[in-house]
Design a protein around this ligand. Structure first.
Ligand code: CP
Length: 302
């Protein structure tokens, strides 16, 4: 995996995903080490972020590395009209690895094709979010003890949710049964569904989540992605399509857990937070260990 960019989740094999999860487990036991003191990571966020940007920063800082970059492009020479190509070629001079979030689908692939240093895609528009998927897999493994043969319900914006797209593709390696719950307008794109069909896996589509809950191991909730809608009225019409309450998960299986990549809006009531089945804040913490595993693998430290 040394020097190997991660743009789409299937740029890495199933074996490489598992290697990252194994290494993340080691970092979870020992997250503070001085093994990156000779490395600089660049963090280029052209789109807002809390968890992804800060967990990458935390991961690097706890390993003794340096991190440079920006959290909004308005304070950079992009504002003066500099192209993405020139930005990447310049920042590659200052760093060993570039983490980039950008609203344009395909921008991370483009960056990986021109960059002399590896690129990690921290989210490109509505396309993919592969590092979120690695931490989602780690969270599923930790809570279920396995990744194989699970019933996973995905609820919310399956059309624009990049975390969904990457996660579905990764879970196709683990004989998952998919329960896809969305408003009709926000169904999983056929380009992603194709991966499920290629593996002959079972999937079921719903518009309500109630009937799915009793048979589900993992409930993966997502926000309706307001920023991707071209018609604000359509967003207003469906923004409150789902609202998970504590009483709705009372009769779920013992191993049932609620995940969410966050941020949440109203799709999970805060009364769910105190349930032992709510796992989304632990999930966000897992991002530090998984990103430590990913960065050190790409840099050839581990
Ligand atoms: N899960 C996630 O990508 O969150 P942020 O947008 O806060 O980084």
């Amino acid at each position: 995996m040394k020097n190997k960019s991660l743009v789409s989740i299937n740029d890495y094999t199933k074996e490489e995903h598992i290697r990252i999860l194994d290494l993340a487990k080691e970092f979870e036991k020992n997250p503070v080490q001085n093994i990156m003191q000779h490395h600089v990571v660049a963090s280029l966020f052209f789109e807002p972020s809390t968890r992804t940007r800060l967990s990458f920063e935390s991961a690097v800082n706890r390993l003794g590395g340096k991190i440079v970059g920006f959290s909004e492009a308005t304070n950079t020479s992009v504002k003066k009209g500099e192209s993405l190509r020139d930005t990447i070629l310049t920042v590659a001079n200052y760093s060993d690895l570039i983490v980039m979030r950008n609203p344009i689908e395909g921008s991370a692939r483009f960056a990986s094709e021109i960059s002399p240093v590896p690129i990690i895609n921290a989210g490109d528009g509505a396309n993919q979010h592969p590092t979120q998927t690695l931490l989602d897999l780690y969270s599923i493994l930790k809570t279920q003890g396995t990744l194989d043969n699970l019933h996973i319900a995905m609820v919310g914006d399956l059309k624009y949710g990049r975390t969904i797209h990457s996660l579905v593709i990764a879970l196709c390696n683990f004989n998952t049964t998919f329960h896809l719950v969305s408003p009709p307008e926000l169904k999983l794109p056929s380009s992603v569904k194709m991966h499920i069909k290629e593996k002959n896996l079972a999937y079921h589509q719903y518009t309500e989540m109630d009937e799915v809950l009793p048979r589900t191991d993992i409930l993966y909730m997502t926000r309706i992605q307001q920023e991707r809608f071209s018609d604000p009225l359509e967003y207003e019409r469906i923004k409150n399509a789902f609202n998970l309450h504590q009483d709705m998960i009372a009769d779920t299986k013992e191993n049932f857990r609620v995940l969410h990549p966050l941020p949440r809006v109203k799709e999970i009531n805060i009364n769910v937070d105190k349930s032992a089945k709510a796992y989304y804040f632990e999930q966000a913490l897992n991002g530090v260990f998984v990103r430590q595993a990913l960065i050190t693998s790409i840099l050839g430290i581990k």
